[in-house]
Design a protein around this ligand. Sequence first.
Ligand code: PL3
Ligand code: FE2
Ligand code: FE2
Length: 243
Amino acid sequence: MPTLDVPEVAVVDSPGGSSEALPDFTSDTYKDAYSRINAIVIEGEQEAHDNYIAIGTLLPDDEVELKRLAMMEMKHAKGFTSCGKNLGVTPDMVFAKEFFAPLRDNFQNAVEEDKVATCLLIQALLIEAFAIAAYHTYIPVSDPFARKITEGVVKDEYIHLNYGEVWLKANLEDCREEMLEANRENLPLIRKMLDQVAADAAVLQMDKEDLIEDFLIAYQESLTEIGFTTREITRMAAAALVA
Ligand code: PL3
Ligand code: FE2
Ligand code: FE2
């Protein structure tokens, strides 16, 4: 196999003036890890598209707005596809589909049972908070092409999180129990997914602790905004530890 004559790390000047080492985006190790992470992100964005369309069938009054959110997800999927192409990486979509299967099954069951609050907790809170944490952690260690795309995407994800917050806040008294149950069933899945990506994310120089911290901040802020008490939120977060 031909070896490229490139340094292990590229030293660039960060905006703060200090120097930090970026990964070697051309190494086989980087590209191998990226083939899975990139696929996860593309699959996640495509499923997010399908999920907002499905939620639109349950909330006909919001159908137009939900279609708009779904279109944004399609654009995100295309953006991340170009990030992989730019690095000469083929995304491992079979791996990514399997990665999302348990969460996807729970979402699809909730659609069939007309459980809007569960659908929104899974897609608009958990998945969006996961995406926000992942993209925040990725931006400082990404290649310049992917950085520009990811910065644009992360702004949109806050709009999606906010959509879920607004609906769940307005309907909290009717769906409090359903949300507690949905949290209990799905937060442990997010925890497992984080564990599953940690090794590949580390190759991309993304820190697992940062990922978890950013995820918990986004999720807890949403639950506070929706109207849960600190005590309830602590109990909800504990679900990730016991399962
Ligand atoms: C919803 O808008 C998007 C759902 C995407 C889910 C993303 C999960 C990402 C986990 C892996 C972290 C790597 C981030 C790197 C970005 C190329
Ligand atoms: Fe997205
Ligand atoms: Fe989103």
